[in-house]
Design a protein around this ligand. Structure first.
Ligand code: F6R
Length: 265
């Protein structure tokens, strides 16, 4: 479906490609393929990256292709979606630690070209301004990789937030704290705040790649991509982005397919 607001402000509504894989490995491979294509065609591109359980297999696949000599990250620049406030790069649950240990340590990327918000920044507002300036200085994001929170969040943009924000500091919802708690020594150890790119920054990416896996994402995937667009479900705004690819396994996509959304061959 395409919605014309006016000749000069055309919004492509529903410019969504959906690819289905049999399982997590297949999903990871397909998503890694799409990222590879961008890196091969635009070696100095700026990739927007995510943490969480979903992209682990994607990074592993990209590392394998790098080791085979099929990928070269020497000129690639990256910006990550988010970082916990209060955690430094040495903390095992910080997103900087995750990115280094799961991806950057294993490829030939120049560490100075990899960017995350600084969880230890003394002045959060200044840090948000700095991070927005970093994204702009890199010419914006060519491809933004996203996972999907069970409450529909993207980055740490939680339900009810404003669509028009760039990088900002958020209070994590109880559901996100609970979802992340198993990774920490206790629920109390989970940070209560995080820096996140805002929906505006995400929507400004030229292309968006959403990766989803597992039955426990099936409901939210269907609501995000076939239900109403509302700040109560932050990822629903992606329906208005002109270039979104959703890659998921069967378990994560079946409810979206039941709602009538077609899957690419
Ligand atoms: C991670 C991020 C989060 C996750 C989301 C899904 O950088 O911004 O929005 O993508 O919480 O997490 P997983 O993949 O663990 O289900």
């Amino acid at each position: 479906m395409r919605m014309n607001l006016s000749r000069n402000h055309e919004i492509e509504w529903g410019a969504l490609r959906v690819y289905e894989a049999a399982d997590y490995n297949g999903m990871s491979r397909r998503a890694a393929n799409i990222i590879s294509a961008h890196v091969i065609l635009h070696p100095a591109c700026c990739l927007g990256l995510a943490t969480g359980t979903t992209p682990i297999g994607i990074y592993e696949q990209l590392i394998r292709w790098y080791e085979k000599g099929d990928l070269d990250f020497a000129a690639t620049r990256t910006v990550n979606l988010d970082e916990y406030r209060g955690l430094g790069p040495g903390h095992e649950q910080s997103y900087r630690y995750f990115m280094n240990s799961r991806f950057f340590d294993h490829i030939n990327i120049n560490r100075e070209n990899t960017h995350l918000p600084d969880g230890l920044a003394a002045d959060p507002e200044a840090e948000c301004r700095r991070y927005n300036a970093v994204i702009r200085s890199l010419g914006g994001i060519r491809l933004q990789l996203l996972g999907l929170g069970r409450n529909g969040h993207i980055g740490f943009n939680e339900p009810g937030g404003a669509f028009e924000l760039e990088t900002h500091l958020v209070a994590l919802t109880q559901s996100t704290i609970n979802a992340n708690a198993p990774l920490f020594s206790s629920r109390d150890a989970v940070p209560r705040q995080a820096f996140t790119m805002g929906i505006k920054s995400i929507m400004q990416a030229k292309a968006v790649l959403v990766a989803v896996s597992g039955e426990d994402k099936a409901d939210i995937v269907a609501r995000a991509f076939s239900g109403p667009v509302t700040p109560e479900l932050p990822s629903s705004i992606l329906q208005m982005h002109p270039d979104v690819t959703l890659v998921g396994d069967r378990a994560a996509l079946h409810k979206l397919k039941e709602s009538g959304v077609t899957v690419c061959d």
